[in-house]
Structures are given as C-alpha cells and as structure tokens.
Design a protein around this ligand. Structure first.
Ligand code: HEC
Ligand code: HEC
Length: 323
C-alpha cells in the first residue's frame, strides 16, 4: 500500500529536479511534507481564495504592480522585472492583429443565415448589441438548461437548438464565434456572481478541483499556479497565479495547439484548462462537462473586477524587461 502511494510522489521529485532550482525547492517542500504524513489531498491555501482579482494579494503580493495599466507602467518605470510582477503584464494591453482577423471570421459566422434565413444576429442584434457584455457574465446559470454553462456551451446550445448548426464546444466555428463575442466585451470588467445558488456551488467545486492533487505527478493546478512556482520559470514557461488570467480568454495561441486540433490556434479557457491537464499528466476533461465548467467558474470569478482584454495573443513579443 505504502509503495503504491509513494510512486507518484517519486515521479514528482524527478520532475521537480529537472526544473529551475527555486521551483524545485518550492515543490520539494510540499513533496516532503506529503511524504512524512499521510499526504494532503489538497495543495495548501485553498481557503484563502476569494472571487475577486484582488484576492491575489493573499497569494503573491504582486497585485499592486499589475492591477491596471498605470500600475504596470509605474512598475516598469521603477525597473521592476517581469518575474517580480508575476508575469501578469505581457498580453493584456497588446492588441493582436491575428486575433482581430479571427474575430472577424467569427462575426461572419454570427451573421451566416441558415436555410430559414436565421442567424445569431437575428436574435442578438446585427452588431451583437444584445449580448455585448455577455462575456463578462459567463459562465452563468442557464435556467432553460437547468445548469451552469460556459460561453462555448451557450454558443453551442443556441447554434444547435435554434439554428440547426453543429457548432458545439471544441469546434472551429464555436471558437471563432467565441472570439467575436469576447471582443464585444473588450474593456468590460469581469463580473461573475458566485454569491449563492448553483454558481456558488460551482465556484466551490471548481476551487477544490484546482487545489486537489491528482494525475501521475500528484500535482494540483495550484502546484504550478501559486507561489513559489508562479513567478518562477518552469523550464522556458512562466506559470502565473490564477487571478486575472481568465479576463483575456479566448486567446490567439499561435504556434501551439493540442494534438488533433483544428481551431485556428484559438484557446478558449476550457481548452487552456485541458492543455494544462495534459501537460501535467492529469486526466484531460471533456470541454463543457460539469467539472471543466466548475474550474472555469473558479478561474473567471478569480478575475472579477478585472477588465476583459480581447483579442490578444498568448505570446507578447515585448521582452524588454524579461530576464
Ligand atoms: C431564435 C433566437 C436565437 C438565436 C438564433 C440564437 N440565440 Fe442565443 N439566445 C437566445 C435566447 C432566448 C437566449 C437566452 C438563454 C437561453 O435560452 O439559452 C440566448 C442566449 C445567448 C447568449 C447569452 C446571453 C446573455 O446575455 O446571457 C449568448 C452569448 C448567445 N445566446 C449567443 C448566440 C450565438 C453565438 C448564436 C448563433 C450561433 C445564437 N445565440 C443564436 C436566442 C437565440
Ligand atoms: C506542471 C505545472 C502546471 C500545472 C500542474 C498546471 N499548469 Fe496551468 N500553466 C502552466 C504553464 C507553464 C502555463 C503557461 C504560462 C502561463 O501563462 O501561466 C500555464 C497556463 C495556464 C493558464 C493560462 C494563464 C495565462 O496567463 O493566460 C491557465 C488558465 C491555467 N494554466 C490553468 C491551469 C489549470 C486549471 C490547471 C489544473 C487543471 C493547471 N493550469 C495546471 C503550468 C501548469
């Protein structure tokens, strides 16, 4: 029994030693802790999470440097390097030309008429004006469907039930339309209400999934997305804390895609979650499923109060203050 339990931890140590020194130290503290006792199921500090972007203060103490454009500019002026800012400053203020092109293609689909002459625009306005802030309120509880849905699920449901189009989650059409719908809400602060009911329950389940150890390496999402791992280099990548990130999704993620993808390099937040599950050897979830939706509710609510930034690139070429 004991040997079985330790096997994934041993793997974790191997992985940790191949990472940067600071990271390896951070991870090994937690690994040692779990080898000594029966092993916590959860990564520490789950109870500190709150559904607002300022909750980052309880984790990384970097919020002051990236909470808005002025803060980022001031931090750079002081000569602060990007890793001291939790890498939160790369993409948000940089518009993506490629992303705009994709949103335009999404707009074409939004206006494409079916055999009955109906399109998304027939119900939601020629410029999408009736859903212009929808991105800031999703995921949300959908009364008709009786469950919490992400934006891709809402788009897929409207498409199939109202237009007869098979544009479900994780398809090119869904992702392109999602890019367009997000762009409508550019600059609108994220505002997910998780104060009660199904949304609160979903937020709490999502938070618990985020902090729960699982997979071959026995990592939690939080193993990489809280300090000391966040704000460090993980090989050549830079995991960030989980606050604020969701406000820039969906993103143009060129040149990376998941095996078998045909989504024009668009990463919806669901897709990003799945990507991380694959990279950290967890069981990849089904996009739009309840657990995946719960994780998204947790991440979006952790961006509450932060303005949406769309469309942006995942990679920003402004490397002037990286080290
Ligand atoms: C025949 C009318 C109709 C068509 C066509 C339609 N929808 Fe909807 N849509 C609705 C209704 C009604 C709702 C309210 C929620 C529900 O019933 O799911 C809704 C909800 C939404 C929402 C959430 C709005 C909010 O403020 O919460 C979005 C986003 C959306 N639809 C996108 C789309 C997209 C994208 C398409 C095209 C693929 C589309 N819809 C096609 C009727 C329509
Ligand atoms: C082994 C470390 C690791 C684990 C475990 C991990 N991630 Fe990641 N994650 C990364 C790296 C590296 C990136 C890319 C750098 C970045 O932007 O944060 C990333 C990116 C992300 C992003 C985009 C952040 C941004 O700035 O746009 C989200 C959201 C995310 N991960 C969520 C998750 C979720 C949810 C889980 C658990 C299912 C998870 N991650 C598990 C390493 C990890």
């Amino acid at each position: 029994m004991k040997a079985l339990k330790l096997a994934p931890l041993a793997l974790g140590v191997v992985v940790a030693t191949s990472m940067s020194v600071g990271l390896a130290q951070g991870l090994s503290v937690h690994l040692e802790r779990s080898v000594v006792g029966p092993g916590p199921d959860y990564w520490p500090n789950r109870e500190k999470a709150i559904p607002h972007v300022s909750g980052d203060e309880a984790f990384s103490n970097t919020y002051q440097y990236w909470k808005d454009a002025e803060a980022i500019a001031a931090a750079r002026q002081e000569g602060r390097m990007s890793h001291e800012m939790n890498f939160k400053d790369f993409r948000w203020l940089e518009r993506s030309m490629e992303g705009e092109e994709l949103a335009e293609r999404g707009s074409e689909l939004f206006h494409r008429k079916n055999q009955n002459g109906q399109s998304c625009a027939s119900c939601h306005g020629d410029n999408g004006e009736k859903i212009s802030d929808a991105q800031s309120r999703f995921p949300a509880f959908n009364k008709r469907l009786g469950r919490v849905v992400t934006m891709p699920t809402q788009i897929g449901s409207c498409a199939s039930e109202r237009l007869g189009e098979n544009w479900v989650e994780d398809t090119k059409e869904n992702s392109l339309i999602g890019m367009y719908v997000a762009t409508l809400a550019d600059g609108v602060p994220v505002n997910i209400d998780v104060s009660g009911g199904e949304m609160k329950a979903s937020y709490e389940r999502g938070r618990d999934l985020f902090f729960k150890r699982t997979g071959h390496f026995n990592f939690a999402c939080a193993s990489c997305h809280t300090p000391p791992t966040s704000g460090s280099y993980l090989r050549i990548q830079r995991p960030t804390t989980f606050f604020g990130d969701a406000a820039q999704y969906p993103v143009y993620h060129f040149p990376y895609s998941l095996p078998g993808d045909d989504l024009e390099y668009i990463f919806t937040l669901q897709h990003q979650i799945k990507s991380c599950q694959i990279l950290s050897r967890m069981y990849p979830g089904v996009e739009g499923s309840e657990p995946m939706t719960d994780i998204e509710v947790f991440l979006q609510a952790s961006s509450n109060g932060f303005p949406i930034s769309a469309p942006v690139n995942f990679y920003n070429l402004d490397a002037g203050y990286m080290e």
